[in-house]
Ligand binder design. Sequence first.
Ligand SMILES: NC(=O)c1ccc[n+]([C@@H]2O[C@H](COP(=O)([O-])OP(=O)(O)OC[C@H]3O[C@@H](n4cnc5c(N)ncnc54)[C@H](O)[C@@H]3O)[C@@H](O)[C@H]2O)c1
Length: 350
Amino acid sequence: MKTVKVNASKAYDILIGEGLLDDSGKLSAAVVAVGKVCIVTDDTVAELYLERALRSFKEAGFDAVSFTIPHGEASKNTASLISLLEFLAENRLTRSDSLVALGGGVVGDLCGFAAAIYLRGISFIQIPTTLLAAVDSSVGGKTAVDLKAGKNLAGAFHQPSLVICDHKTLDTLPPETFADGCAEVIKYGVINDRQLFDLLKSKGIKPIIEDVIASCVKNKSNIVECDEFDTGKRQLLNLGHTVGHAIEICSELTISHGSAVAIGMVVVTKAAVAMGICQSGDLFELKSLLSAFSLPTECPYSAAELANIATADKKRMGDSISFVVPYGIGNSRLLKINVSDIEDFIKKGI
Ligand SMILES: NC(=O)c1ccc[n+]([C@@H]2O[C@H](COP(=O)([O-])OP(=O)(O)OC[C@H]3O[C@@H](n4cnc5c(N)ncnc54)[C@H](O)[C@@H]3O)[C@@H](O)[C@H]2O)c1
């Protein structure tokens, strides 16, 4: 088992190992009060892992109940949030009780937000079961639900008390969901971890999954510790996301998030090469690695279509948008681009 420590406004551990789900109750008992606990999950994950999680928490002395939502992004909404809050109140959870998010990023974001606001805030534990949740959403304390006007528009910063990542649970992921998470893994390499990038090139991911997850969450926690509330350095984590988000919207969500981020990373890297701030060899390496992980690298949309959506992006600050741009593999920086120059910038990358 590997442990990564996060020293944000609240300190907590990320535990990564095979089979940790069966010890999740005991591990949680070391960091939260052994009282009532509500395990929040989705129907797919419930079928696979809820019974084992409930058993573990009960064996550790918790009075454990569960709340299950239908799987998918459509459940990350205010209706699910209110149902969950009502469920917690009906089951009389108190300020010393806890929530547990057992699932992917959808469950983690919803459960975390409920924990942030129920009784003005109670503790919660993340048990990520997708690669994306393991390397990204379970760490760093961003919680949210979607509104009709867009994704993640209502939320709070609320750090978990513990993250328990049993990477054996990733074995049941559909290949395309696993590949989506791989885009986020490669992203950490391009942002600031050349060593991780090279490791992925030489060994792939599955044989070294525990080390890879540990490297990713170490990278994320380093950034979160510098900028927990996302006013500067944390924006680096958006590499590939501004263009990626526009691609997802152009495709009416038929292109998955991970695939869109992969293409988004290629677009900004190619633009950086055209601007003379990144070497063409870096672009070649990035495209080769993404292809090796079954991720796409070609953008099916025009610069005009993407720029139109990107300029409405929530990360826009006044007259410019900060793009994360690789100056080389393992060396990405924020680059402010004027709204009037964005189409031209994206055109360089297509
Ligand atoms: N809070 C953050 O910092 C942060 C960061 C990145 C993404 N997110 C959010 O994360 C969400 C996406 O997360 P996701 O990609 O994990 O999606 P998800 O939670 O919808 O999970 C994807 C699918 O995999 C299934 N699944 C989960 N674990 C499984 C397993 N072990 N075996 C088989 N099937 C399994 C789920 O039922 C679901 O159908 C988005 O809502 C996004 O906004 C949040």
